[in-house]
Design a protein around this ligand. Structure first.
Ligand code: PLP
Length: 408
């Protein structure tokens, strides 16, 4: 076993060697600009982009022309929300989102408020879920876009997207989902789920960083967007700029692998998570799970028949009462995990996600997010359990503090 161990796969993932291999020729040999229409270098690059577009579209049951390549999901979220709100402004000025969304969505909604839009930030229950009834109650005659994530990046909550999007469909309101953490890991189908706009990114699914896509529905209804990057008219005018051909090829390959391995990967990750969770709670006291409960799994890692997956298979988020999460991270030197979202871990505010779930501040500060991924092993999990036990016990012995009771 090699140290340090990487267990932070919600932040990013290593590039799968099969993905890298697919990308390599597009840096040096087949390096053309996909927009060059008058020579073979351009045609080859365009053909490679077309293939990747097809791989990504078919993985979510979309048609190829509905995929717009971007620099990543932050840009996809921005394009979806700003682009739709500005385009449909004459219809209304109200946008609905959730309190546990990623900053890419929340900051964009705040920017819309400065442009005069009204935004409702829906609360969540203790598991991080929003109900269709709450969404329906929040919508008004002026609502034009709803943006709710497929799966949460901190606590792994999987939203009931079909039910939520159906409410929007009934009312003729556009439904956007930040599908970053779920795409390639759990089933995602834009037709079955009535999704109009969906953001995805390569680097969370063993593809390269800096490449993402936005799904934009082309019929029933045809979604129109006001572009946020202008110049050149690439991607049907929705996102100008020379395409990142090697990145796009890698994204397509990464999606293809995820789709082929989704079920086996999910089972393996559920079993590893069970081992991690049971290992920790059997050795350490006063540990609470943040977000949905960790599900029972069969020996082969499958869920009980009829049981709905409520939490991403590789996600575990725990609070260790009486211990500072940052101190725990320092103590766990050989295991890369995260306290809250990597994007906000520079600030010491308790995670907005845990706060929205109703986790008290002291327990939110005492939380660790484990993100298991493709190459984690049982041996690594066992090492992590021991490291957590050792570190928590040492920290508690050093600074015995009044422990508030863990969230139920
Ligand atoms: N949305 C979610 C849920 C994420 O987890 C992330 C990653 O941090 C993003 C959006 C941003 O994606 P990207 O890094 O591709 O901009």
């Amino acid at each position: 076993m090699k140290l340090p161990i990487y267990m932070d796969h919600h932040a990013t993932t290593p590039v799968d060697p099969r993905v890298l291999e697919a990308m390599l020729p597009y840096f040096t040999e087949t390096f053309g600009n996909a927009a060059s229409r008058n020579h073979v270098f351009g045609w080859e690059a365009e053909a490679a982009v077309d293939e990747a577009r097809h791989q990504i579209a078919s993985a979510m049951n979309a048609v190829d022309k509905e995929i717009v390549f971007t620099s990543g999901a932050t840009e996809s979220d921005d394009l979806a929300i700003l682009g739709a709100a500005r385009m449909y402004r004459q219809k209304g000025n109200h946008v609905v989102t959730g309190q546990t969304e990623h900053r890419a969505v929340l900051d964009t909604c705040e920017a819309l408020q400065k442009e005069g839009f009204e935004v409702t930030y829906l609360p969540v229950d203790r598991r991080g879920r929003i109900t269709p009834e709450e969404l329906r109650a929040a919508m008004t005659e002026r609502t034009i876009v709803v943006s709710l994530m497929l799966a949460n990046n901190e606590v792994g909550t999987i939203q009931p997207i079909v039910e939520l999007a159906s409410v929007c469909r009934e009312r003729g309101v556009l439904f956007h989902t930040d599908a970053v953490q779920g795409f390639g890991k759990i089933p995602f189908d834009v037709e079955l789920m009535h999704v109009d706009l969906a953001s995805v990114t390569a680097h969370k699914i063993y593809g390269p960083k800096g490449v993402g896509a936005l799904y934009v529905r082309s019929k029933n209804p045809r979604v129109r967007l006001s572009p946020i990057i202008l110049g050149g008219g690439h991607e049907r005018g929705l996102r100008s700029g020379t395409l990142n051909v090697p990145g796009i090829v890698g994204f397509g390959k990464a999606v293809e692998i995820c789709m082929a391995e989704m079920e086996t990967e999910a089972r393996r990750l559920r079993l590893l998570r069970k081992r991690l969770h049971e290992g920790i709670v059997s050795r350490v006291e006063d540990v609470s799970v943040n977000g949905p409960p960790v599900p029972e799994v069969a020996e082969d890692g499958s869920l009980a028949p009829g049981e709905r997956e409520e939490r991403l298979p590789g996600n575990l988020n725990l609070s260790f009462a009486g211990v500072e999460g940052e101190a725990l991270l320092m103590g766990l030197r050989d295991v890369a995990v995260s306290s809250g979202s990597a994007c906000t871990s520079a600030s010491l505010r308790p995670s907005h996600v845990l706060k929205a779930l109703g986790v008290p501040d002291d327990l939110a500060h005492a939380s660790i997010r484990f993100g298991l991924g493709r190459w984690n092993t049982e041996e690594e999990v066992d090492f992590t359990v021991e490291a957590v036990e050792r570190t928590v016990k040492r920290l508690r012995a050093m600074a015995p503090m009044k422990v508030s009771s863990p969230a139920p």
